[in-house]
Design a protein around this ligand. Structure first.
Ligand code: HEM
Length: 382
């Protein structure tokens, strides 16, 4: 692509950045970091690149969330939460996830066209998180509405003022969980929230404000991202139809498919840091206080790291993608996200004969969490 040619989609734009301006900024905005090694350097150096990016005054903020805090606050929160988030606890969700996923895909099969987001990709993760937090079945729909309102407004929540809808959703959700926390303190419960309330280490225990902050973090970090992984998988089936038939015949390829889907269309496409001192990335000088955006979706297509980076290779090995981040903030829910992705893809390849997109609209693929609607045509298996 020449300097004057307009990139057509986000992935062409990322390639353009990697090849021409790997560390760049538009006007006085944040610096975009496009190359794999630079992204890794930023993510691994939490002292120079802080996650505490909010510009809202401290008295105006919620209790610090793990994602947007630095050590030592981050260490304490992460240690406490990790106890309740062990792989064995996540693995115990398998039966619930399988039954939900099979049920949702069966319901989809009543027709031959559906919005994949509404039918499977959104309800599956929200139901899983709701169960982990002990949200009653009848409350899941409203829980999803809070999630949409909060996630849809994340930039303003951090840097400006939340919209009235996001503010109201946050308050309603806090009131709901505060009541649940009080109930669970009286009658302990064996789910994630129950374990979070009980967990006590040498660092003490989580306060109510920290528990509430973690409940909304799960929505921000764990919900729409997993929706994005499921929609990305189906887009890949449409673009590379042989991958669908390969998985139908050889389900043992599914874990590798999910890793490659995470690399190919990374649902958490970029994150944000703030420079704590004057520094450099590559040859570019970054000023203290500047915002920096490591573009993980771009890093994952870096042709210096990944052979045939723009090809989808179902059994790519090694596959050192950074779709779950890197360093101290590495995704706490990676195991759960992989499990949900694998189970959703298993249901789709088991219950369907074929699946394709109704429209080939690429515009939402680099948006955090992927498209909000994805119409698909499919044929149920005989
Ligand atoms: C495909 C789905 C997912 C993707 C691509 C993803 C990606 C990420 C990334 C890139 C980060 C690091 C962000 C940064 O460094 O600024 C992160 C952090 C986090 N994720 Fe995930 N995530 C996914 C699913 C989940 C799920 C299902 C959960 C939990 C239910 C979850 C919980 C978290 C938490 C708590 C953090 C903060 C960790 C910390 O700050 O120490 N994520 N995720």
């Amino acid at each position: 692509m020449s300097d004057t040619e307009e990139p057509v989609d986000a992935y062409q734009y990322y390639r353009y950045l990697r090849e021409n301006t790997p560390v760049s900024r538009v006007d006085d905005g944040p610096w975009q970091i496009a190359r794999y090694n630079d992204v890794l350097d930023v993510l691994r150096d939490e002292k120079t690149f802080s996650s505490d990016v909010s510009t809202r005054p401290p008295e105006d903020r919620r209790s610090p969330s793990m994602l947007f805090s630095d050590p030592p606050i981050h260490n304490r929160l992460r240690k406490l939460v990790s106890r309740a988030f062990k792989p064995s606890h996540i693995e115990s969700q398998r039966i619930l996830i399988e039954s939900q996923s099979e049920k949702l895909v069966s319901a989809m099969c009543m027709n031959s066209r559906a919005d994949l987001v509404q039918s499977l990709a959104a309800p599956l993760p929200v139901t899983v998180i709701a169960h982990m937090l002990g949200v009653a079945d009848g409350d899941i729909q409203v829980f999803k509405q809070w999630s949409d309102a909060i996630f849809g407004n994340i930039a303003d929540i951090l840097f400006a003022s939340p919209s009235p809808e996001a503010e109201a959703a946050g308050e309603e959700m806090d009131a709901y969980f505060l009541q649940r926390i009080e109930e669970i303190r009286r009658q302990p419960a064996d789910h994630l929230l129950g374990r979070l309330i009980e967990t006590e280490t040498e660092d003490g225990h989580l306060t109510n404000a920290e528990l509430l902050s973690f409940c909304s973090l799960l929505l921000i970090a764990g919900n729409e991202t997993t929706t994005g992984l499921i929609t990305a998988s189906v887009r890949i089936f449409d673009e590379f139809p042989e991958s669908f038939y390969q998985l139908k015949q050889s389900p043992q390829l599914i874990p590798g498919f999910i890793e490659e889907a995470l690399r190919f269309y990374s649902p958490f496409s970029a994150t944000v840091r703030r420079a704590t001192r004057d520094t450099t990335i590559g040859d570019t000088e970054i000023g203290k206080g500047d915002l920096v955006l490591p573009l993980m979706a771009s890093a994952n297509r870096d042709q210096d790291i990944f052979d045939q980076a723009d090809s989808f290779i179902i059994d790519r090995n090694p596959n050192p993608h950074v779709a779950f981040g890197f360093g101290v903030h590495f995704c706490l829910g990676a195991h759960l996200a992989r499990l949900e992705g694998e189970i959703a893809v298993t249901s789709l390849t088991r219950q369907l004969e074929s699946i394709s997109l109704v429209e080939d609209d690429h515009s939402q693929m680099s948006v955090l969490g992927g498209p909000t609607e994805l119409l698909v045509d499919f044929k149920p298996a005989a």
